[in-house]
Write a protein that binds this ligand. Structure first.
Ligand code: GLU
Length: 467
């Protein structure tokens, strides 16, 4: 039997990190068992589904690198199949037409609430058959009235639900469109899904889905319901806690592997290991190591992980992601040093790729002005002369590299009887427009002789106009 899992998002918004974690766990499980991972877009809610949301899901999956073996399938392409199954259920007596009006159902509900009963359909049309009437009926599934349904949940353990707790759910609306529980069941059955891994907000649907599968004589998949992800205040993670969409994490400068590593640890653990390569995740992942209780999203920890990946990852890989951010800032990375060298220079001090991209702008374009505070501190009387001397000395350097540049700065400081800072700080401001940069010799080496000398010239003119 091929292990088959699926990720089945409804395209009604962005790809939420909670959804991404569900996708990751389903992907990991399939990859670990040499199985198949399917992407299925559940777009039957025609009013709420949008193309932009479908695009966001596909883009998110691609950015995360969660490749699927089949799909994307679209449920809207399966309407005929759902109709066929609904007809089958009607024909075998496991479904029936229901003509109860909205008003009638509302009244029933009010009465049940008043009697402190759980609101549920009372089965009035269960035995009346199809009637010749003006109103279009809905179709309900005939849920068994006796007995229990046991979910052998791979995360939560056995969950037992009495059938008398479940009412006859609608499987086709009056306009003929099928409802969620029906479409999921049909697709899971047709796609031979062996493991349904999804958020535990669906746990209430599972006994109903099992009953429909049983009515269809279908094999049951195994279920694993993942606990919710909460914000720091204990409420379900949402937009008001900050970034929750996968693409927003990209925009904010996270590497996909850092986000995946963070997500895998959110509700799953393997000893106290924090950092996992994708291969390690596949190797160690087990559904029975998933926590039963909800987990809290911790931005600080994600940021820490991102920094780890930026510091230790493959430089060419990081450069490729950085390149996208440079593009976002309107920079053509070919108009300056190789991005791989920028990564090497800035990785220790950049927690995100946005920080790295912003901190490397001066390599690619002239900055707009000098940072005011740094000007007061470093462009002081006489600093123009220090810079003029530096200009001459640097002009004479034959082989332009960090070591040679370093020597020039040290020698000049010594010759002028100044400490290093008095030389390096005005130089730094001249080159970067601010008082912070990585080691100045490395910065100059990467910037190149031409840009270095012209920026020193600019700074000298600027200082002379100041005083
Ligand atoms: N389409 C459902 C959702 O986005 C998921 C259905 C499932 O995984 O069974 O919540």
């Amino acid at each position: 039997m091929t292990i088959t899992t699926r990720f089945a998002p409804s395209p009604t918004g962005y790809l939420h990190v909670g959804g991404a974690r569900t996708a990751l766990f389903s992907w990991l499980y399939a990859r670990k068992h040499g199985g198949k991972f399917i992407l299925r877009i559940e777009d039957t809610d025609l009013e709420r589904s949008t193309q932009s949301s479908i695009d966001a899901i596909l883009e998110g999956m691609a950015w995360l690198g969660l490749d699927y073996d089949e799909g994307p399938f679209f449920q809207t392409h399966h309407f005929n199949r759902y109709k066929e199954i609904i007809q089958q259920l009607l024909a075998q007596g496991d479904a029936y037409y229901c003509y109860c009006s909205k008003e009638e159902l509302e009244l029933l509900r009010t009465e049940q609430m008043a009697n402190k009963e759980k609101p549920r359909y009372n089965g009035k049309c269960r035995s009346s058959g199809k009637l010749e009437q003006d109103t279009e009926p809905v179709i309900r599934f005939k849920n068994p009235v006796d007995g229990v349904v046991v979910i052998h949940d791979l995360v939560k353990g056995d969950i037992t639900v009495a059938n008398k707790e479940l009412d006859d759910l609608i499987i086709a609306r009056a306009d003929g469109t099928p409802t969620y529980n029906l479409t999921v069941v049909v697709d899971d059955m047709d796609m031979e899904v062996t493991h349904v891994i999804r958020g535990d907000d669906h746990v209430n649907n599972t006994p109903r889905q099992i009953n429909i599968l049983n009515a269809l004589n279908s094999k049951l998949p195994k279920y694993a319901h993942l606990p919710m992800i909460l914000g720091p205040d204990g409420a379900r993670l949402s937009k008001r806690h900050g970034a929750v969409s996968v693409m927003q994490f990209r925009d904010e400068g996270y590497l996909p592997e850092a986000l995946l590593n963070y997500l895998v640890r959110l509700g799953w653990s393997h000893g106290d290991q924090e950092i996992f390569s994708m291969d390690e995740m596949v190797e160690f992942f087990e559904l029975n190591d998933v926590n039963v209780s909800a987990s809290t999203f911790n931005m600080e920890k994600l940021l820490w992980l991102n920094h780890q990946y930026i510091m230790n990852g493959d430089t060419a890989h990081i450069a490729r992601h950085l390149s996208w951010h440079m593009g976002q800032l309107g920079i053509d990375p070919t108009e300056g040093p190789h991005l791989v060298d920028v990564v090497k220079l800035l990785r220790e001090r950049s927690k995100t790729l946005v920080e790295m991209a912003t901190a490397s702008l001066y390599f690619y374009k002239e900055f707009d002005g000098y940072e005011e505070k740094a000007v007061k501190k470093n462009f002081t009387m006489g600093s123009d002369q220090v810079l003029a001397r530096l200009h001459d000395e640097l002009l004479a350097v034959i082989e332009w590299n960090a070591e040679k540049v370093h020597q020039v700065i040290v020698n000049l400081a010594e010759a002028l009887g100044l400490n290093m800072g008095k030389v390096a700080q005005p130089l730094r401001l001249a080159i970067c427009g601010s008082g912070v940069s990585p080691a100045i010799d490395l910065t100059l080496a990467l910037l190149g002789r031409e840009k270095t000398l012209s920026r020193i010239d600019n700074a000298i003119n600027y200082i002379r106009n100041l005083n």
